[in-house]
Design a protein around this ligand. Structure first.
Ligand SMILES: Nc1ncnc2c1ncn2[C@@H]1O[C@H](COP(=O)(O)OP(=O)(O)OP(=O)(O)O)[C@@H](O)[C@H]1O
Ligand SMILES: [Mg+2]
Ligand SMILES: [Zn+2]
Length: 337
């Protein structure tokens, strides 16, 4: 997990927790101003608790024990007195307590289980949410493996129409399995990268999002970008003189993240510069075993025509090619609505 993200969430947690504690204290203070007798009892309780602690440190064993028992009895009495007073004044004592969002970790982000310190579930989720935000993907709640609907793909085989033996349904089930295994084993050297090809509206971006979500859930980093935006950003970065820290970070992320998704390859206007950069990105990532998912509307033939042999041979060799076939789901959904 990205350290910046961790630090950011930790800061937010600390701030949130402190604000809740301050609010609770403020409410308490207001009540005490109204009912000074309550404040007085609490002061007595605090003083007594302090004395007990001091006593443990100072006196010898026997006198200590006797005194301690006396004091503790007194403390208990005071506590009862306090509670009765609260009841008498008809005060809801729960407002004295900070209202933490997470009842498991009290917004510390940490839980202790059998002496082992662990990150709380809520903190992990906050990390994932933040990663989503920073990864340019905003459809992960809708487009994921759980919501991926194979009902949109026909079960009729038609080699002439689809260009493959299998039916679109058989085909998509196979591709979905490949994508799932890929997402779960993102670090595995033996896993190839994925190249999604196929006509518009067949679920390429959807499945790429599903992969992104799973990878993020496993605590890995993802950058999603469409090819035109990605290439523009890269070129802008390369040819700008004063690069900001953020720009540098974004540029490095393209090479460093666990998964890079390049959507809509082939829709960008190509130039020699862009071409060199694209080759550099893919090549560097391949060498470092960092996974890539590429989606494109172009056929393999068109890819060969548009890009250089060098890029293409690397693509073909290191990618599992998933050919999406079927009817435009965008249109189907429009008809339903
Ligand atoms: N398996 C699916 N289940 C439910 N909805 C789907 C599925 N596949 C695609 N869709 C929906 O259909 C529409 C088009 O899908 P998507 O954007 O993934 O297509 P695409 O193959 O990326 O198309 P393009 O080549 O134009 O980018 C989207 O609204 C998407 O949510
Ligand atoms: Mg798409
Ligand atoms: Zn928690």
């Amino acid at each position: 997990m990205n350290n910046d993200i961790y630090a950011k969430i930790k800061r937010e947690y600390d701030l949130k927790r402190q604000t809740k504690i301050d609010n609770a204290n403020r409410k308490k203070q207001e009540i005490y101003e109204k009912y000074p007798e309550l404040a007085k009892i609490e002061e007595e309780i605090n003083n007594l608790a302090l004395s007990i602690t001091r006593n443990i440190l100072n006196s010898d064993d026997i006198t200590r024990q006797v005194e301690e028992e006396n004091m503790k009895a007194k403390l208990d009495k005071l506590k009862v007195k306090y509670e009765n007073e609260v009841k008498r004044l008809n005060i809801d004592s729960s407002i004295f307590l900070p209202e933490f969002d997470c009842k498991i970790c009290n917004d510390t982000g940490i839980v202790q289980k059998d002496g082992i310190v662990e990150t709380c579930k809520c903190f992990k989720q906050a990390l994932i949410n933040e990663s989503y935000k920073q990864s340019n993907i905003n459809k992960l709640e809708e487009e994921n493996f759980e919501t991926f609907d194979i009902g949109f793909y026909s079960n009729k085989r038609d080699k002439e129409k689809y260009g493959i033996e299998k039916s679109p349904l058989e085909n998509i089930e196979h591709i979905r399995n490949i994508a799932y295994i890929f997402a779960e084993h993102i670090d595995d050297k033996d896993q190839k990268n994925l190249l999604f090809v196929g006509n518009t509206g067949l679920g390429k971006t959807f499945l790429a999002n599903a992969i992104a979500k799973k990878v993020l859930e496993n605590g890995k980093t993802v950058v999603y970008q469409t090819a035109p935006v990605l290439m523009d950003k890269v070129i802008e970065y390369k040819f700008s003189y004063d690069k900001t820290g953020k720009q540098k970070e974004q540029y490095n992320d393209i090479f460093d993240v666990d998964l890079l998704i390049i959507d809509d390859l082939g829709t960008e206007t190509m130039s020699n510069n862009k071409f060199t950069e694209l080759f550099n990105i893919i090549n560097t990532r391949l060498l470092n075993n960092k996974k890539i998912v590429i989606s494109t509307n172009l056929t393999l033939n068109e890819l060969y025509k548009q890009y250089d042999e060098r890029v293409m041979s690397r693509l073909i060799g290191n990618f599992t090619i998933c050919k999406f076939v079927g009817e435009d789901i965008r249109l189907k959904k429009k008809r339903i609505n």
